[in-house]
Design a protein around this ligand. Structure first.
Ligand SMILES: Nc1nc2c(c(=O)[nH]1)N[C@H]1C(S)=C(S)[C@@H](COP(=O)(O)O)O[C@H]1N2
Ligand SMILES: [Mo]
Length: 238
């Protein structure tokens, strides 16, 4: 039985491989009271207090029905080039202020629980679209990597040179996804395949496409985000 995901493929053995750990008992510590542990039904490190507080303060945004999806309204908005990432070679790095830095393949990520949502994407350039995104909750990835107590912000690096930073609370919001599906189909390359941020709580420019690296940090760096560093608002909540 996979300890992490009983019905699907991310086994304890694979988790040890991806996290670079091999000793027995590494995952067996903790009191098992975290939300993550409860959800996946296993003993796991407790969440740090900051993540628990962030999770408790989250209110879900109302979603739309599938019939409300506006497939033609989601415009492609890419500042430069469209990177062609091979999904079979792709690895997502999670590092920084985490106890267990890791690299995950798309197979690893797609073995985790799939969350689907129909939300409105809002671009500051004056357009919006109701879109379905499917993917893994960023919350799950962050918890898997075991954030250190000081972790407060999350940086996202993209293959086209784009970069973003989010506060931890928004990052662990239940509707903040690392999406690999759009409108019920595999995510198209121009929309950020194989993996992009998607959330109804922040403006479009916060939602990085082609994300290759997620880095937890204690403090914001002087560079906060591609558009933010041209003067756009950093929090950019909707
Ligand atoms: N890597 C990367 N991510 C990005 C952008 C970009 O240029 N590069 N543009 C942002 C902006 S301004 C918007 S509105 C959305 C657009 O997403 P879409 O092209 O899938 O509609 O992506 C965001 N994420
Ligand atoms: Mo945008």
């Amino acid at each position: 039985m996979g300890l992490i995901l009983p019905q699907s493929g991310l086994s304890r053995r694979r988790l040890l491989q991806i996290s670079g750990l091999s000793g027995m008992g590494v995952l067996m510590g903790g009191c098992g009271t975290s939300l993550f542990a409860d959800r996946v039904g296993q003993t796991f490190e407790p969440l740090n207090q900051i993540v628990e507080e962030a999770l408790l303060s989250q209110n879900p945004v109302p979603e739309f029905s599938s019939s409300a999806i506006e497939p033609d309204q989601l415009l492609i908005n890419t500042f430069d080039m469209t990177p062609q990432l091979d999904p079979l070679q792709f690895l997502l790095t999670i590092d920084g202020e985490v106890g267990r830095p890791m690299q995950l393949s798309m197979t690893d990520i797609q073995a985790m629980p799939l969350t689907s949502m129909v939300i409105r994407h809002v671009c500051v350039e004056g357009w919006a679209a109701i879109v379905q995104w499917g993917g893994v909750r960023l919350q799950e990835l962050i918890q898997l990597a075991q954030p250190k107590p000081g972790a407060r912000y999350v940086y996202f690096k993209s293959a086209d040179g784009y970069y973003e930073s989010w506060d931890l609370a928004s990052s662990v919001h239940p509707q903040t996804l690392m999406a690999y599906q759009k409108n019920g189909q595999p995510l198209p390359i121009e929309n950020g395949a194989p993996l992009r941020l998607a959330a109804p709580i922040k403006l479009g420019y916060k939602q990085s496409k082609w994300v290759t690296q997620i880095t937890l940090v204690n403090e914001l760096l002087p560079t906060k985000g591609y558009w933010e560093d041209f003067g756009y608002e950093w929090f950019a909540g909707i």
